[in-house]
Write a protein that binds this ligand. Structure first.
Ligand code: SF4
Ligand code: SF4
Length: 250
């Protein structure tokens, strides 16, 4: 969301009261959708391109920018900056978000931010939340009588978290096992498998991209029209070519 330099990050627990309510009647309506510096996860892109009914390569070219993360070395996708619109999100309209049903995870849980840690022993995930307090946001003047945890449940973000946590696992493995920059071939493969799903599908089904892996027929059949299955396969492939982890076929 918006990158307000006066923002404060305050740790918050799901049981804490969250006195926040966003409303189109607030004078700040849509302010949080401008001056963006917003990362898009693979699942965010899957949902947005589905909402717009366009192919992933068209979505990526039209709406996004790409750079390599300074710490992870992995490809990072953000909305394409548009200084003419003061870096407004391409989907913000006078009436609000035009892709609301499929808005990215970070938009859903704003003004909260979520981070996770994963136990190396059990794989168990622990969530942490912070409240992003920004002067421009007037939603804090409202009382909603909900805890942070209850409010998060209203934002329909579980599926996003489940998919995004798989990406976080890759980032954490990358930082641990292959610190620093990623080579160009691996970076291009990561981009293809995680972000450009329609091109990935075409390369698997029509160009034999993963023929060496003996992918079961039921998986090949599933990925023909199931983007979620395709993303799972892509993440499994990334873990294989980056870290040597055997591919899993569900
Ligand atoms: S209340 Fe906050 S989240 Fe809602 S429109 Fe205003 S700035 Fe955005
Ligand atoms: S996707 Fe929607 S909610 Fe998110 S920044 Fe864009 S207009 Fe705002």
């Amino acid at each position: 969301m918006n990158q307000d330099h006066n923002q404060e990050m305050i740790p918050i627990s799901p049981d804490d009261q969250l006195n926040f309510k966003c409303s189109s009647e607030n004078s700040c309506f849509n302010d949080c959708c401008r001056d963006l510096n917003q990362f898009l996860t693979p699942y965010d892109i899957l949902r947005l391109k589905t909402n717009l009914d366009i192919k992933s390569n068209i979505f990526l070219k039209k709406y996004t920018s790409f750079h390599n993360g300074p710490e992870s070395g992995l490809p990072i996708i953000t909305f394409k900056p548009d200084p003419a619109s003061k870096n407004a999100c391409p989907f913000v309209t006078e009436k609000g978000c035009s892709v609301y049903a499929d808005r990215p995870a970070s938009c859903r849980i704003y003004p909260l931010a979520r981070a996770i840690s994963r136990s190396r022993k059990t794989g168990e995930i622990t969530e942490y939340f912070a409240l992003i307090k920004e002067p421009h946001c007037k939603g804090f003047n409202n009382k909603n009588n909900l805890t942070a945890g209850q409010w998060i449940k209203t934002q329909d973000v579980d599926e996003y978290n489940e998919k995004n946590d798989k990406l976080m696992e890759i980032i954490s493995l990358k930082n641990r096992i292959i610190p620093g920059a990623l080579d160009k071939i691996s970076s291009d493969k990561f981009y293809l498998a995680c972000y450009d799903l329609d091109t990935f599908r075409n390369k698997i089904l029509n160009e034999g991209l993963l023929d060496d892996y003996s992918i079961p027929d039921h998986v090949l059949s599933e990925i023909k029209d199931n983007d979620l299955a395709l993303l799972d396969l892509g993440i499994s492939w990334v873990k294989n070519f980056l870290f040597g982890i055997n591919m899993e076929f569900v």
